[in-house]
Structure formats: C-alpha cells, structure tokens
Write a protein that binds this ligand. Structure first.
Ligand code: NAD
Length: 357
C-alpha cells in the first residue's frame, strides 16, 4: 500500500503530520503502508517553480493512493493563473483521471450542537454525495465571451454529459449505496435541461442492474431544500459536477465544521486522492489550532475505497469517535465554555485511542 503524501500549504503540513502519526502506528501494528512526501501547490512552486512539479506527479502516479493536505496562501495570490496553487490540485485530478468525488456528511452525535440546524433535525445525519468531477458545464466547450446580434457582450458555457460519462458515475453511485442503506437519489434538473433528461434516462436504465438499491430522482432545487428540511431522508446522492459542487458544500454545513469532513476522488480502478474538504486556512496556519480530524478521516476513506480494508477504516473512525467521546475539541468544534485542545493534542488522542483498541 503505497501512499504519496502531499501536505501542501498553510495548515496542510500540520494536519497531514497528524495523519502520518496514525499511519506510523498502523505500520507498527503490521499494516503494510509505505509513504513518501512531495510538495504541491505553493510549496511546489517554492520548490520547483510549479504547483505540480514533475517529481510530485511521478510519485502520485506510482502510488496506490494520494493523501493531500490543502493548498493556497496569500503569498501565491499574485502569481499568474497557471502557476497558482489550485492548479496543482486541478492538474493532479486530471492527470490521474479522478472522475468520482465522494463526500460524506456525517454528524457525530457528540457534535450535534455544532450544526447550524436544530439537533433533532440533524442528529443521525449520514449522507454520501457522489459528484461527477471531470465533465459538465465546468469543462464543456464551446465557452467564452462574444457579442450578441444587438452588439451586447455576453458570456456563455456549455453543459454536456455523454452516456459513458453518466454511466460510470452512476455506477459509483449504485456501488456506494450498496455498501450503505441501499437508497440512491439521483439529482438533476430534468424539467428544464436536455443534459438532465439524458442523465435521468441513463441512471434509470442502469438501475435494472442494481435491484437491491432503491433509486429515486429529485430536481436539484428540491434537493437543496430537502437537505436543510429533512437531511436524514437521504442516504446516497449521485449528481453532476455543477449540482454536486453546490449541494456538497451545503451538506457539509449540516455536519458542523468543515474541519470534520473528508473526501475521496477516485479513478475507474479505485485509485484515489484523499483530502479534507477545507482549504489551507492561512488565518490559523502554524498556530497548532487546526482540526486534523478531516484529514485523519480521509485516511479512513483511503483504507475503505482504495485498499479494500474496511476493518482498518472502521478502527480509525472508532478512534476519532473515541477522542470526541473523551471530550476533546479543537476550537472549530468547541461549544462556548468547552475546553479546547490543539492540532497535535487531538492527533495524539486519536493515535492513543487507536493503540488502545
Ligand atoms: P478554508 O477552508 O481554508 O478556510 C475557511 C475557514 O474555515 C477559515 O476560517 C479557516 O480557519 C477555517 N478552517 C478550515 N479548515 C479548518 C480546520 N481544519 N480546522 C479549523 N478551522 C478550519 O477556505 P478559504 O479561507 O476560503 O481559503 C483559504 C485558502 O485555501 C485559499 O488560498 C484557497 O484558495 C485555498 N483552498 C484550498 C482548497 C484545497 O486545497 N482543496 C480548498 C478550498 C480553498
């Protein structure tokens, strides 16, 4: 199990450092992981004048999985677009053909009060959003700016999905639902968009191959509403790039802090890039206050989805729950009056809980 570790910028190095402690313990316990570190984002620019240095990409290609911290920082904001840190992430997603983005929104009972919704609405929340990552209006051509017949400036983009693209992401949706409560909601805008009408047809056709999964369809505007009205009504959601971008951010807020939420981006063979959903948080970088749990939970996802070791994934998740149950809280998840611990203390508590199992 070869893991390329790309800490990136800002809090990236701190949170990935805690995940590395956990991997070191797993290795000690006989789990055969090998890790190697390389720079990406602003750190890549500093090291090799490029946000995705050739050596970093080579390491990521050779690895079975990639663990990424976060990229970006004010120091790099003035660089030309092609050298900006986020190009490192976009570049690696493209180079590794990572087309399926999995984002769980899970609310730990200990953190029910951290959500902006009432505890009785969100308690027990457990959703996975499967978002298509390489197509849709973000990549469709033609796009650009032009003049209308009346001589006005206009901007335009193209929403498009081909049948094979819809099929492969729908399969990830069905397979994901199969490992969970077997309910899949496909989200589209088939009342307005031709792309969505095709999407719905293809997903419906595929459902015949997954008789054990209950499929339903929902318009994206309704899905946005239901996510805050009755989020527990969802199990697994599959959707395109644009709708998934928006809905997954909305769902993440239900779970309280973005410091708790991991993600996976997978290729067709299960190779994946795992990262917390948050950014490099320059405002708290280097202060030992960042929450490392989203990154640690990303490692759990790695064992579940790439290494087919759900046993290890469950041990890591249980260790995180153990640390929360002991009352440990980083600043982002603490309620007023609760004692706060730093990044390293939280990481140490998870490692100790894992050791104690
Ligand atoms: P951000 O996610 O970095 O931070 C948003 C807020 O959440 C900040 O107040 C931050 O302190 C807090 N926060 C984030 N992660 C936290 C954690 N683990 N623990 C506690 N608090 C946490 O988003 P932003 O401020 O909009 O962007 C900052 C930089 O990150 C920018 O350069 C942006 O481009 C980059 N970014 C990178 C990624 C990525 O690497 N995937 C994603 C989003 C933003």
């Amino acid at each position: 199990m070869k893991i390329a570790i790309l800490p990136g910028d800002g809090i990236g190095t701190e949170i990935v450092g805690e995940a590395q402690k956990l991997l070191a313990l797993l290795r000690e316990q006989g789990v055969a992981v090998e890790t190697e570190i390389a720079p990406i984002g602003g750190a890549g620019y500093d090291a090799a004048r490029h946000p995705l240095p050739d050596a970093t990409l080579a390491l990521a290609r050779a690895a079975d999985a990639v663990l990424l911290g976060a990229v970006g920082g004010p120091r790099y904001d003035t660089l030309p677009r092609e050298l900006r840190p986020e190009q490192g992430i976009l570049g690696i997603r493209k180079a590794l053909s990572l087309f399926a983005n999995l984002r769980p929104a899970l609310l730990y009972p200990e953190l029910a009060a951290a959500s902006t919704l009432k505890p009785e609405v969100v308690a027990g929340l457990d959703i996975v959003i499967v978002r298509e990552l390489t197509g849709d209006i973000y990549f469709g051509e033609p796009r650009g700016r032009r003049k209308t017949a009346a001589g006005d400036d206009e901007g335009f983009d193209t929403m498009r999905y081909s049948v094979p693209e819809i099929e492969r992401i729908a399969r990830v949706g069905f397979e994901t639902a199969r490992k969970r409560a077997r309910r899949l909601t496909s989200v589209d805008k088939a009342n307005v968009l031709d792309t969505s009408i095709l999407w719905r047809e293809v997903v419906t056709r595929l459902a015949a191959q997954y008789p054990d999964v209950t499929l339903s369809h929902m318009y994206v505007d309704n899905a946005a509403m239901q996510l805050v009205r009755n989020p527990r009504g969802f199990d697994t959601i599959v959707t395109g790039n644009l709708f998934g971008d928006i809905l997954s951010d909305e769902a993440s807020m239900l779970a309280g802090s973005i410091g708790m939420l991991p993600s996976a981006s997978l290729d067709a063979n299960g190779k994946g890039l795992y990262e917390p959903i948050h950014g490099s948080a320059p405002d708290i970088a280097g202060k030992n206050v960042a929450n490392p749990l989203a990154t640690i939970l990303s490692v759990a996802m790695m064992f579940r989805h790439t290494f087919a070791r759900p046993d290890v994934a469950e041990r890591i998740e249980a260790a995180v729950r153990g640390a929360l149950r002991q009352g440990l809280r980083t600043a982002d998840i603490a309620q007023p009056g609760e004692a706060v611990v730093g990044t390293r203390a939280m990481g140490d508590a998870v490692v100790a809980a894992l050791r104690a199992q």
